[in-house]
Design a protein around this ligand. Sequence first.
Ligand code: GLN
Length: 493
Amino acid sequence: MDPIHDSARAIARDVNARAVSAAEIAETLIPRAARVDAELGAYRELTPELMRAQARRVDQRIADGDRLALAGVPVAIKDNMCLIGTHTTAGSKILEGFTAPYTATAVQRLLDAGALPIGKTNLDEFAMGSSGENSAFEKTKNPYDLERVPGGSSAGSAASVAGYAATVSLGSDTGGSIREPAAFCNVVGFKPTYGRVSRYGLIAFASSLDQIGPFARSVEDAALTYDTIAGKDPLDATSIDRAVEATADGLRDDLRGVRVGLVKEFALDALDAATRACYESAYADLERLGAELVDVTLPTAEYGLATYYLIAPAECSSNLARFDGVRYGLRVDGADVGEMYERTRAAGFGPEVKRRILIGTYALSSGYYDAYYLKAQKARTRIGEDFARAFERCDVIASPAASSPAFRFNAKSDPVTMYLMDYYTIPGSLAGLPSLSIPCGSVVPEDGTRAMPLGLQLTSPLFTERALLGVAHAYERATLHAEKLALPEICTT
Ligand code: GLN
């Protein structure tokens, strides 16, 4: 029994069997997470007292005869989700000092299943970013190379799991924020179908896209976590009332009979030679496992980024209107209420958030609404239709998760080069599809000396989480890529 390196499945088994107590796991992970965090800056806040109190409750429940799916499993929570009594900043100065008065449904479901909350993880401000660098606080580092970004926006959720400072974590994905950092950090990151997981208690960025999902070091642990959090929630009207198929018992070991689509518009030519070779060998591995590779086309996918960068800012400009200095966090006083709003928002929001609020307000303004927002909505519909047509010919679509491995801090100074990181993740987000990133090898970047991980993105039709995780599991078990990369010493000792 090794609480730091064991899987969630193994920890829960041992805690349920009373081979180890949740309290012992908490006492092992608390100093461990603090030590790793000092290197990585993955956490905004560690929650040792909450973790200990929850461990006591879990041990009591098990003594009373309960069996819990995540008994004693240390979980980290992205700091845009509420956990009662903890600070919840969303990575923004405007929420500094705000304490959550209640707990998000997805988090509560983990707690009800026996998980132990280890802390709140750092993120790009309001989940806007692809590197973690937009956090108003510390810059989270990539455990595989401390001079590189962990990916974003769920930066700390990926880094904490990759650095063995949590067993699983929750992130949120609007246009790639689970899949991209998972790819950069050599872990599994899974975005379920839009509406599958309740967003009650998630600080909204773009409400027609936001989705909560797990990070884990294996597909099996991601499945176990997803099974715990999925399903209708009366507190979130957008959560879907449709039976959830369990995924953890549907994991397969071969791909016979599975048709894997390779998208013409996602051709690998734009990638550097080593990265491209890695993806070519990933596709060949899928075939070797019995999958049939088929060519598919998503003619409107190239409009994904432009569409997303109208819809997401439009929705964020509306969602972020609530941060006005009256109800939450920061207030900077002014001569009158108008000046107070202005000063609070000027001081509280960072440059990327301001940029998006401006773009979004513009796109929604009368006179421009039809030209921008409405047009983007039409493009979005087309993208969804393209996917539906592609899925007539295949069961799963495979592609890179990100355009490159993790880059160095400050490497992408203009916003558009940062936005381009999400070229592969955004079309699936606009279509609401379940999608994940799974480790598929590594390359040594041109400007580096260490091998950095790459992620294979697998995307499937709406509500086919069980089939998707099954395919990912077969690929993972046959290739074991995640285990082939050596972690820096801090993360293994
Ligand atoms: N990188 C994208 C953005 O900046 C996606 C972020 C996300 O999924 N939350 O908006």
